[in-house]
Write a protein that binds this ligand. Structure first.
Ligand SMILES: Cc1cc2nc3c(=O)[nH]c(=O)nc-3n(C[C@H](O)[C@H](O)[C@H](O)COP(=O)(O)OP(=O)(O)OC[C@H]3O[C@@H](n4cnc5c(N)ncnc54)[C@H](O)[C@@H]3O)c2cc1C
Length: 457
């Protein structure tokens, strides 16, 4: 059938909620991608596998890894764009651009995330309000489709295919290369101003004027009596030089994160996270100058965070709340948090603006993210969030929540879900994943594989 070795292994959604016995191949050269024509079953492109939902694997599906396609091909001075293969990571690309006094937007939260994966979910960064979503910065792509071969797509050439591939979850073909716009790097460090806030109202007042910064984001607690207290961070470029150290990162552990030690202590450990973080932050100076990589990737150096959740996994709910319904939403959220005694490990806000298109997480509003330990209790809370999300016309992020039920996706994405489904099904390509199966693309929706029931607290 083909010469590439197929590795069979257990593959997990990054939140640890789902797993499948999958198959992966690791092509290294373009000719190895003949696998797309030779394999007779369903396939799915795979980047670093860092999506919280199981979007690059499924049972009986061949995941085509982009790991071997990790070359930065050309920096085009005339257009200030960079041509890369899809397996290039953000960390790798930013290091390359930094040396040329260039930078790019938006930057998702961990350096191992690949360019292919960023296109697959049309990701955002901390500065969504200022820099939009990743597709806004992609000039063109080279896509490989079974039987059809290579196609170049951009806003001017094969534009329908281009639009569908931005946030297309790997269902339109294997992205071989992408050309991405870059920006000049005004300074090599970031000034981060930290505002201590007592409640969400104080945070919202600061979020009213997000235009003047490189990024504005926050961290909150849901602690009794201090619902919404925390910190708002305001980033701007700074001419102050900070000692440049080589930018290195450890890499994140994929589930199952099975340290027996942490498994026994995880409930306690996850309860301590907000407490420890709050104290640490209060002790820091309120204005800090950071090197640009440290500012871009706050999770680097804190990789232990995801390990604390052990085998149960970390669930994340990320949703976009329309500004005019914010107060009512937050009020009802507070009631649910108290009723269910929820103790999140992380709650954060970002301002968003943009157009809704297909299944990309984009639009106008305030983006709220909540991390919790996967437990029966948290699953009840997430079901309550599903209800609030639908009631207040919010948009949940499909890439961040492998538990998110199809009925919630249909109710919140509405016609954009239907359009995406129609266009993907029209392509009639042999691509599918656990996520696309849940979404009922090409088939009737099926129950999710191996859902992790969570911890009994
Ligand atoms: C710590 C952490 C922080 C994060 N921060 C953010 C954030 O700030 N903003 C945000 O939006 N997201 C964030 N994410 C989510 C992450 O950016 C996305 O889920 C991203 O898609 C993961 O990319 P990946 O390389 O791991 O690809 P995978 O997870 O392997 O794949 C993601 C999707 O892209 C498709 N794909 C991958 N490669 C290709 C290719 N070559 N051709 C065609 N399709 C392809 C896959 O089929 C799949 O559907 C974060 C995740 C983690 C773990």
């Amino acid at each position: 059938m083909m010469n590439l070795p197929i590795e069979e292994k257990q593959l997990y959604s990054f939140d640890g909620f789902q797993s499948v016995r999958g198959q992966v191949v690791y092509p290294e050269k373009q000719r190895d991608l003949q696998v797309l024509n030779k394999f007779t079953g369903n396939m799915i492109p795979r980047g670093a596998g860092l999506s919280y939902s199981l979007a690059s694997a499924d049972k009986d599906v061949l995941s085509i890894s982009s790991e071997g396609f990790n070359r930065i091909l050309e920096f085009k001075a005339a257009t200030q764009t960079v041509l890369v293969e899809s397996g290039v990571s953000f960390g790798q690309l930013l290091k390359f651009l930094y040396a040329k006094n260039r930078w790019l937007h938006p930057i998702p939260g961990y350096p191992d995330i690949t360019i292919g994966g960023a296109i697959g979910f049309n990701v955002h960064g901390k500065s969504q309000f200022q820099s939009g979503v990743f597709a806004d910065w992609v000039e063109s792509i080279t896509l490989l489709q079974p039987e059809k071969g290579l196609t170049t797509a951009s806003r001017f050439e094969n534009s329908e295919l281009f639009e569908l591939t931005m946030g297309g979850m790997g269902l339109t073909g294997f992205i071989l290369q992408a050309e991405i716009r870059t920006v000049p790097l005004p300074d090599k460090s970031i000034q981060r101003k930290r505002h201590k806030i007592q409640n969400f109202d104080q945070a919202l007042a600061l979020f009213k004027n997000p235009d003047s910064n490189v990024a504005l984001f926050s961290w909150h607690t849901f602690k009794d009596g201090r619902f919404g207290a925390g910190f708002v961070y305001e980033d701007s470029f700074s001419p102050i030089e900070v000692r440049a150290k080589a930018f290195k990162w450890k890499g994140l552990h994929h589930p199952p994160r099975t340290s027996a030690f942490f498994d026994r202590l995880k409930v306690l450990a996850t309860r301590l996270v907000p407490f420890v973080y709050g104290i640490q932050e209060s002790l820091r100076p309120s204005i800090a100058t950071l090197d640009i990589f440290t500012a871009a990737f706050p999770f680097v150096g804190k990789e232990i965070y995801h390990n604390l959740f052990g085998r149960s996994g970390v669930l994340e709910y990320q949703l976009l709340i329309p500004m005019d319904r914010l107060n009512k939403f937050l009020h009802e959220l507070e009631v649910r948090v108290k009723d269910l005694e929820i103790r999140p490990t992380m709650v954060s806000l970002k301002r968003f603006r943009g157009q809704r298109k297909f299944l990309t997480f984009n639009g106008d509003g305030l983006c709220l993210s909540i991390d919790v330990l996967n437990s029966r209790h948290s699953l009840k809370f997430f079901a309550a969030l599903d209800f609030l999300c639908t009631k207040y016309g919010c948009l949940p992020n499909i890439s961040k929540d492998s538990r998110l039920p199809l009925k919630v996706i249909k109710a919140t994405y509405g016609v954009e879900y239907e359009l995406f489904k129609t266009q993907i099904e029209k392509l009639a390509l042999p691509f599918s994943s656990a996520l696309s199966r849940k979404l009922g693309l090409n088939i009737e929706p099926l129950p999710e594989p191996n859902a992790n029931p969570g911890l009994e607290l």
